[in-house]
Design a binder for this molecule. Structure first.
Ligand SMILES: CCCCCCCCCCC/C=C/C(=O)SCCNC(=O)CCNC(=O)[C@H](O)C(C)(C)COP(=O)(O)OP(=O)(O)OC[C@H]1O[C@@H](n2cnc3c(N)ncnc32)[C@H](O)[C@@H]1OP(=O)(O)O
Ligand SMILES: Cc1cc2nc3c(=O)[nH]c(=O)nc-3n(C[C@H](O)[C@H](O)[C@H](O)COP(=O)(O)OP(=O)(O)OC[C@H]3O[C@@H](n4cnc5c(N)ncnc54)[C@H](O)[C@@H]3O)c2cc1C
Length: 670
């Protein structure tokens, strides 16, 4: 059965008539202008017309091997398309084109085995190579003459990079590094694409030269023959096995048996090993080899926003189509979207997707500005970027995962179907909370920065703008609650300042009682994580408000109203989530909280008529959503039945297991 595309579910059609604003205006805001929207749509048209998105069998009905092979096929043709037609539209090597990222999801319900090639391999070449090395590897990588990944994590260590065990020992006689895996736990583990796909890999290993260990450094390693794809002698490589998501990403393991690579394969932009084995340490900052991780953390905030926008589009459209129960006896069943509890589950998802998208854009610009400072030799802004990207990656991926799961709850039983796409979206985002730095670990990195900022402010030094509230707090500025955007942000800053102050006090008290700094820090880590989270909330709230104000300056009044309703919803939601903290650190009263609760509930009602239009304004095509519940036409039940009928399990009326086992069991002959 082929569904007629624009035979729209009547409830959904009515919802669209209620819309009070011009959807296209909001689409343009998030794309960055009319032209960008039109460019994105052109790119989507090219990819969709290519026929690459089609699968003969639904992905979820394929075996793991079939899924992987299908994903490789699509990745190869997609790469070819990017090099040809898409390059003409986007401009050569434009890695900043979010449109490419969005439309990639039309091809891959799960993950492309090439994800790490573009996501980490190429960025590492760009960020870590000397200009000579860049000339060798970058054109080949961009042209896909070599395909690479990023192998840092080991079986025994992921978080603690300094604890990695793989060694790269320099042999001055042959001018080579010898890569070796000394123990079981030293095997590289998890790298995407490593299992079966890639032929090159960035390997992170402990550098030894002249008998001294200089810590972890990055090496370009060819692991497979370019022609036969067989692992090179001295390399043990394979797939790590089935996991919660990332089924087609062929995450792999890798071991080296005294495997030799030329000296020039150490990525030497920041530190060098000279021919005679002399080590030249990085001139400016000790953690520049961690730069690709910072880049990916920045992009993951965008991933959180994008994936949440997909989930909430599915759940809101479904909630407009689904009718259930009754509000009053004998009345027709209402759309479930009319229940305030359902609105409470979903509208915060819309607002959060906006908040995260605008924060992601702001963080990306911050990242670019720090890179440009670094090109001029100034690494002064790096610690703040590290602190910001760490906490934003942690909080945005974590919140997005929770809200995506909430979207699934909002779709009842049908949300549990893989065809809803919600389980895929969730398992992808759940992983982002862990990889590229686990949630707790990254918040502790931000906490380090906050405690230092506190000490600097205490010493009368100027601190960077994102923590300037610390100086105000130290000057004794008292918080007086106001339920305006600015007032709420100030109160959230007061919460963050209060929590940082308690952490500092806690560490000092513990040291006074005889503990050393490390133990005092360790025993305070529960509070430190909490303080970093509070800081991050204040950053998101402030960025969201500022960016909406800036971006809607020339918008129509109707767009201004609806965008601001979402901002107020977001601020009210978090106020109500954090009443305990606000009662403790701000001057909020019971009466203020009652007001905020009423305001929140009224906002749910105000937003309700625009809910479907707001998710339509994410402009996500059906081919990207991949959802039986969330398609634009709302033909949910038709799709569910069509997919059930096409389920390979129904290809034969009686499964052979009946004759083999059930019948003998029924007849007592088993
Ligand atoms: C094209 C489309 C793209 C789409 C999206 C891409 C998706 C890609 C898919 C990715 C799949 C997953 C890949 C991976 O997971 S790769 C492996 C990632 N691994 C990690 O993230 C490990 C996490 N651990 C760490 O980062 C470090 O070990 C940790 C920071 C926790 C500690 O490091 P270390 O022990 O070396 O440092 P210290 O704690 O002692 O700190 C010393 C000082 O250094 C500062 N610091 C730490 N990190 C950084 C950094 N990155 N940049 C700048 N500065 C840093 C730290 O703050 C300390 O400073 P102070 O002494 O001043 O306090
Ligand atoms: C889908 C997926 C894809 C991945 N892809 C790649 C890849 O391409 N390349 C690559 O190199 N890696 C990859 N990884 C690995 C990933 O980066 C690590 O799993 C991640 O950094 C967490 O490290 P870990 O697994 O060692 O966790 P652990 O560090 O063992 O963490 C386990 C728990 O211990 C806690 N913990 C650890 N240390 C501390 C501490 N100091 N203080 C307090 N708590 C602590 C953590 O918070 C966590 O709760 C991938 C992982 C996944 C899930």
């Amino acid at each position: 059965m082929v569904l007629k595309k624009y035979n729209i579910n009547p409830d959904l059609a009515l919802e669209r008539q209620k819309c009070t604003f011009d959807i296209e205006e909001i689409i343009n805001i998030f794309d960055g202008g009319k032209e960008k929207t039109s460019q994105r749509r052109k790119i989507e048209d090219v990819v969709l017309k290519s026929g690459l998105c089609h699968d003969d069998v639904p992905e979820e009905c394929m075996s793991l091997k079939e899924r992987y092979e299908n994903a490789v096929r699509k990745s190869c043709f997609f790469s070819k398309l990017m090099k040809t037609e898409l390059q003409e539209i986007t401009g050569i090597e434009d890695f900043e084109t979010p449109a490419i990222r969005r439309i990639a999801d039309a091809l891959f319900k799960d993950i492309s085995p090439f994800l790490l090639h573009l996501g980490m391999f190429v960025p590492t070449i760009i960020g870590q190579c000397t200009s000579e090395q860049l000339m060798i590897w970058l054109p080949k990588a961009l042209d896909l003459q070599i395909i690479g990944g990023y192998a840092q994590t080991e079986l025994g260590h992921g978080t603690f990079i300094r604890g990695l065990e793989t060694t790269a020992t320099y042999d001055a006689d042959t001018e080579e590094f010898v890569l070796h895996t000394p123990t079981l736990t030293a095997h590289k583990w998890w790298a995407g694409g490593l299992g079966k796909t890639i032929n090159h890999c960035i390997v992170v290993a402990q550098l030894y030269t002249k008998g001294v260990c200089y810590g972890t450094h990055l090496f370009m390693v060819q692991i497979r023959d370019l022609d036969t794809h067989m692992p090179l002698p001295g390399i043990k490589v394979g797939e790590i096995g089935p996991r919660m998501g990332f089924s087609s990403a062929d995450n792999g393991f890798l071991g080296f048996n005294n495997f030799r690579i030329p000296r020039n394969n150490m990525l030497m932009k920041h530190a060098q090993v000279q021919k005679d084995g002399t080590y030249v340490k990085p001139a400016r900052h000790g953690k520049l080899t961690y730069q690709t991780m910072v880049f990916v953390r920045v992009t993951l905030v965008n991933e959180a926003a994008f994936n949440l926008s997909k989930a909430v589009t599915i759940a809101v459209r479904y909630s407009a189509v689904r009718r259930q129960s009754e509000m009053r006896p004998n009345e027709p069943e209402p759309q479930i979207l009319d229940y305030p509890t359902q609105q409470h589950k979903l509208f915060i998802g819309i607002a959060t997707a906006h908040a995260f998208q605008l924060t992601a854009n702001w963080l990306w610009n911050t990242f670019k500005s720090v890179l440009s400072d670094m090109k001029k030799g100034d690494v002064g802004t790096l610690p703040e970027l590290h602190a910001l990207s760490s906490c934003l990656k942690a909080v945005c991926t974590s919140d997005a995962a929770l809200l995506i799961e909430q979207c699934r709850y909002a779709c009842g039983g049908h949300g549990y179907m893989l065809s809803s796409n919600l389980p895929y979206i969730y398992s992808f985002v759940a992983a982002t909370r862990t990889y590229e730095g686990d949630y707790t670990i990254l918040l502790l990195q931000t906490a380090r920065f906050l405690v230092k900022a506190w000490e600097q402010a205490e010493a009368g030094k100027t601190v960077t703008p994102t923590v300037s509230y610390i100086s105000r707090s130290l000057k004794g500025e008292k918080n007086s609650w106001r339920s305006t955007d600015e007032g709420i942000i100030k109160s959230f800053q007061a919460v963050a300042a209060g929590k940082i102050a308690l952490c500092v006090k806690s560490i000092r008290d513990r040291m006074k009682s005889g503990l050393d700094y490390e133990d005092a820090w360790l025993l305070t880590t529960v509070q430190l994580v909490d303080a970093a989270e509070a800081h991050c909330r204040s950053v998101i709230l402030e960025t969201y408000c500022n960016e909406v104000r800036r971006l809607t300056k020339s918008s129509s009044d109707n767009v201004k109203i609806v965008m601001h309703q979402l901002v107020t919803l977001y601020l009210s939601y978090w106020t109500l989530q954090r009443t305990g903290d606000l009662l403790r650190y701000s001057s909020i009263s019971e009466k203020d909280i009652d007001f905020m609760q009423r305001q929140y509930e009224e906002l749910l009602q105000h937003i309700r008529p625009n809910a479907v239009a707001l998710v339509d304004a994410f402009d996500l095509r059906d081919e990207i959503l991949h959802s039986s519940l969330g398609a634009y036409d709302g033909r949910v039940y038709e799709r569910l039945m069509e997919q059930a009928e096409n389920n390979p399990m129904n290809a034969e009326p009686v499964n052979q297991s009946f004759h083999k086992y059930i019948k003998p069991l029924l007849q007592g002959k088993l």
